[in-house]
Design a protein around this ligand. Structure first.
Ligand code: AMP
Ligand code: ZN
Length: 496
């Protein structure tokens, strides 16, 4: 493993930035909650999976051997938020008159396509909840044996109050059991639960329910939270390094997962670092299918959605998202995407210019301090995967590349190699950006080259005292919203 600067991760459980020290270096176990495959993925979902793609990429870049498990939720996620409602996949299957597994396949394929478009890497293991029913039943049995689960009318519930006597419940989401109680509805006597705080481990299925399996308690299906407790520990062991998901999964999903693991094994705190990606918002509201603001990647690329002024490439969107830190909310806007498109275009141009830079014979040129740039990149990523700072350092590298290109700074062959390795490493491997996919980036480049050419033609006309041509170029560009500025180092252009 390479010798690298320390990596600090903000742990959602302790709320501290902690030095990353894997349990079994150089191996790292990482589990991320995957999608519920009952509809097309929207851009908000993409943001969360991108966040953990960066974590996966950077840990691999540092030389860790990461076992990355990202599940597919294909049963147990109900439409209601209190163990009620219909299974989301079952409901879709009923509405579309399809087998539930056809729904699962269709939207898993869609999810994979989207991940590919955004250059989000596949995990090492992608287990599904329905593939682990036996293990889920086993975990329910263990929880019952330890006294934290009880059967009621064929369903099994987790006894939160009992658990809370032995272990702290609510630490991750910062909720106190009494506050939780005041926010839950009162049981109406018909309820199977002993306490409104309890949550389902196993649900008995009614006759109309499509996805059900035999169990010691009833023909039924597992509670949503159980799958992640089972699949994370099955593939990564009872203790593993990183557990991630979107912020909205902190409660109840991850809180219940922690309780289930401790309830089944008798041991608390099996995860080294809990990480949560913040939400993508539109005009301040969380992007969600139900809000009507959750456009799909397809709509994004074609521009075919009322919120989109035009289409954007997947790499522009990837770059836009990486310009925000994962722990902050990120608001979607056309302006921000257009700025990202321009920024990415500049970065791509510099990456492409790198190989043609001329190197000097001298060994070392102090103006090109590549080691310092490399250190700054590591420090940025070492500070809780701070991609916006990393990108700003890469823009300093762009300035340096342009200065070398224009002959203002000299560079030796060794420095050129180091610069190339640095920019390629962070651009392609860590940030996962691509050149070829960037159709509109190319057209931006072309437009910029044409504008440069026109400004040059106008300068030539001025030198030749051909004021009519110079003025008509200025006027034509102004009509297109481009202003020419004359400075002592020549003329430049600006979009208004
Ligand atoms: P779901 O398929 O609804 O379970 O969501 C899959 C992942 O996307 C989860 O980790 C969610 O937290 C995440 N997610 C959902 N909406 C958004 C959003 N607007 N911004 C960021 N992540 C989101
Ligand atoms: Zn999960």
């Amino acid at each position: 493993m390479s010798d690298h600067s320390p990596l600090y991760i903000q742990n959602s459980l302790t709320r501290e930035k902690e030095l990353f020290t894997p349990l079994n270096a150089p191996y790292v176990g990482m589990y991320v909650c995957g999608p519920t495959v009952y509809s097309n993925v929207h851009l908000g979902n993409v943001r969360t999976f991108l966040t953990f793609d960066i974590v996966y990429r950077y840990l691999s870049f540092l030389g860790y051997q990461v076992r990355y498990v990202r599940n597919i939720t294909d049963v147990g996620h109900l439409t209601g938020d209190s163990d009620d409602g219909e299974d989301k996949i079952g409901k879709k299957a009923r509405l579309e008159n399809l087998e539930p597994m056809e729904i699962v396949q269709k939207y898993t394929n869609d999810f994979h396509d989207v991940m590919r478009i955004f250059n989000i890497k596949s995990p090492s293991i992608e287990p599904s909840a329905t593939g682990h029913i036996v293990e889920q039943i086993e975990m329910v049995k263990q929880i019952i044996t330890r006294g934290y689960g009880y059967e009621s009318n064929g369903s099994v519930y987790f006894n939160v109050r009992k658990f809370n006597e032995d272990f702290p419940y609510g630490q991750l989401s910062g909720r106190k059991i009494d506050d939780l109680l005041s926010n839950t509805r009162v049981l109406d006597g018909q309820d199977e639960k002993n306490d409104p705080l309890d949550f389902a481990l196993w649900k008995k299925a009614d006759a109309s329910h499509l996805m059900k399996w035999p169990s010691p308690w009833s023909e039924g299906f597992p509670g949503w939270h159980l799958e992640c407790s089972v699949m994370s520990t099955k593939y990564l062991g009872n203790s593993f390094d990183i557990h991630g998901g979107g912020m909205d999964l902190k409660f109840p999903h991850h809180e219940c997962e922690i309780a289930q693991n401790a309830g089944a094994t008798g041991e608390c705190n099996s995860v080294g670092y809990w990480m949560h990606g913040n939400m993508l918002t539109v005009n301040g509201r969380k992007m969600a299918k139900s809000e009507g603001n959750g456009f799909t990647p397809d709509e994004l690329i074609t521009g075919n959605h009322k919120l989109l002024e035009r289409g954007y490439t997947a790499m522009t969107v990837r770059f836009f998202m990486l310009q925000g830190h994962y722990a902050s909310t990120l608001d979607f806007s056309n302006d921000a995407l257009q700025a990202a498109e321009k920024g990415l275009g500049r970065l791509i141009k510099a990456v492409q210019a790198l190989k043609d830079l001329a190197a000097t014979a001298s060994e070392h040129n102090p103006d090109a301090n590549i080691d310092e740039l490399a250190k700054r990149c590591e420090t940025a990523m070492g500070d809780d995967f701070n991609t916006p700072i990393l990108i700003s350092v890469l823009f300093d590298a762009v300035k340096l590349i342009n200065n070398i290109h224009d002959g203002r700074v000299a560079i030796s062959a060794n420095q050129k190699d180091a610069l190339q390795n640095l920019v390629h490493g962070y651009f392609f491997e860590v940030l996962g950006l691509q050149l070829e996919d960037d159709a509109s980036g190319d057209s931006t480049d072309e437009a910029e080259s044409l504008l440069d050419l026109l400004v040059q033609l106008r300068s030539d006309a001025k030198s030749n005292q051909d004021w009519t041509t110079a003025d008509s170029i200025r006027q034509a560009l102004s009509d297109l919203g481009v202003t020419i500025k004359d400075g002592k180092d020549g003329s430049t252009w600006n979009r208004d």
